[in-house]
Design a protein around this ligand. Structure first.
Ligand SMILES: Cc1cc2nc3c(=O)[nH]c(=O)nc-3n(C[C@H](O)[C@H](O)[C@H](O)COP(=O)(O)OP(=O)(O)OC[C@H]3O[C@@H](n4cnc5c(N)ncnc54)[C@H](O)[C@@H]3O)c2cc1C
Length: 432
């Protein structure tokens, strides 16, 4: 029997567990560990609550968790409750699938002013992440801005612009729904340092902006290169640019506007004790395609500023770390220690991009420890003993199911579930 620990229960962790289970069958036990009592990482806390069809990928992960050789052990933080060295003693291989939960910083004056929030915080707030339940983003002013030119920026702008009615069928948490319903925001400006040809926004997410009940997307037609230049773009980006060109024909006919401001580099955030405006420098693209400041600046009013410019992984003691992720070669960090997903590659790609990662690392593990071979490591039994000695209240598969049933059972009308937003509430459900 072999014992494997997968640290992190987001897509990368689940695809890795699936691949290991397929490679080893009954000759291995795979434990998926997570710092929260419930699994799925960004599927639960990141993917937008109005994108329920995407969140349904979790059903595939459910099947993995139900496999005889796979267990979920929650409410345990690796690096705090148990070290990686201890896991390596207990397990034949340890695979870090801890994602990239921290917002990258802008590095400009004023970014620590109240009113400036990272997208991990803002997205976590509306998705019921326990760390951000008390964020209370300022929604009382008429202007908000989102800094970034990717899908996360679009998610934030869309959530800020939807009506209560448009959240029906979503699993947005109650506190965010109430606050957004009372929001005074009328303009959301999306700031991108480069132009429409350089966006990392996909057609589906852009297309949604064109069909909002109370908001209309607007773009300066002068921001576009000549239409012929679109021919050289890869098909997905060409479609995105075509949608953006369509927005340039629209007018401010609805109560709210989502304004795309391209070639706009934030250089400072200013305000009297809190964010009031972003000072933006106009840019031009140089020959290498990088944005170069022109020296021309202007102010964009915003009492809420959401930065959506990327994420970094949390370092864990004794694991080599550089550039916002674990140092690895094709997923291998050291003997018997691997990384997958955003912890391996950094914060790029879709949910599906994490699948080949997981399968590739599982292949490496299977090459190093042939399926059917044995070891005398203690695996889950040893881990549970250690956790009991340390008073760590780990949760298991049955606990998670009980939480899930409770959440689903108390769903608001029109919503698939009402998520708990505090770890204490999860544990109270379990009578602990
Ligand atoms: C706001 C947002 C929206 C997105 N929307 C989409 C979308 O619509 N479609 C799409 O295809 N992709 C989307 N993505 C991308 C997708 O979510 C990622 O590709 C994917 O979640 C990365 O998987 P992961 O397993 O590497 O990390 P994560 O999903 O972040 O999972 C990491 C897990 O590790 C756990 N963990 C972290 N540290 C520890 C520790 N020390 N000990 C124990 N456990 C730990 C965390 O609790 C978490 O469960 C979105 C991403 C974001 C940020």
């Amino acid at each position: 029997m072999r014992h494997f620990a997968v640290v992190g229960s987001g897509p990368a962790g689940f695809y890795t567990a699936e691949a290991l289970e397929r490679a080893y069958g009954e000759s291995a036990r795979i434990d998926i560990l997570d710092r929260y009592p419930v699994p799925y990482g960004l599927i639960r806390f990141g993917v937008a609550p109005d994108h329920q069809s995407l969140k349904a990928v979790a059903k595939r992960y459910d099947k993995v968790a139900e496999s005889a050789g796979v267990d979920f052990i929650g409410n345990i933080t690796i690096g705090r409750d148990v070290s990686v060295a201890e896991l390596l003693d207990l397990y034949d291989a340890v695979i870090l699938a801890t994602g990239a939960p921290h917002d990258r910083k802008l590095g400009i004056p004023g970014e620590d002013l109240p009113g400036v929030v990272g997208s991990a915080e803002f997205v976590g707030w509306y998705n019921g992440h326990p760390d951000f339940a008390d964020l209370d983003p300022p929604l009382g002013g008429p202007h908000a801005a989102v800094i970034g030119a990717g899908n996360v920026a679009l998610d934030c702008a869309r959530i800020l612009s939807k009506t209560r009615h448009e959240f029906e069928g979503s699993d947005i948490v109650g506190h965010a729904l109430e606050a957004l319903d009372q929001s005074a925001i009328r303009t959301v400006t999306i700031l991108g340092r480069r132009g429409p040809h350089q966006v990392a926004m996909t057609p589906k997410e852009l297309g949604e902006l064109g069909h909002l009940e109370a908001a209309v997307p607007l773009i300066e037609p002068a921001d576009f290169p000549p239409q012929e230049a679109d021919e050289a773009l890869e098909p997905g980006l060409r479609k995105s640019v075509s949608l953006l060109r369509g927005f340039a024909d629209l007018e401010a006919t609805k109560a709210k506007q989502i304004v795309f401001d391209f070639f706009a580099k934030p250089v400072a955030i200013e305000g009297d004790g809190r964010a009031e405006r972003i000072i933006v420098e106009r840019t031009l693209l140089d020959d290498s395609g990088a944005a170069r400041g022109t020296g021309e600046t202007y102010a964009v009013p915003a009492s809420l500023v959401v930065t959506a410019i990327g994420y970094s992984t949390s370092p864990i003691a004794d694991v080599p770390f550089a550039g916002g992720k674990f140092v690895n070669e094709a997923g291998r960090i050291a003997e018997r220690l691997y990384a997958v997903g955003w912890a391996r590659r950094g914060p790029t790609g879709t949910i599906g991009t994490n699948r080949p990662d997981g399968y590739e690392v599982a292949d490496q593990v299977a090459a190093a420890m042939v399926p059917g071979s044995d070891s005398d490591r203690a695996g889950a039994e040893g881990l549970k003993r250690l956790l009991a000695e340390r008073g760590v209240m780990a949760t298991d598969y049955d606990d998670w199911r009980k939480i899930e049933e409770t959440e689903t059972g108390q769903a608001r009308p029109g919503s698939p579930r009402e998520k708990f937003v505090r770890v204490e509430d999860w544990l109270r459900t379990l009578g602990r």
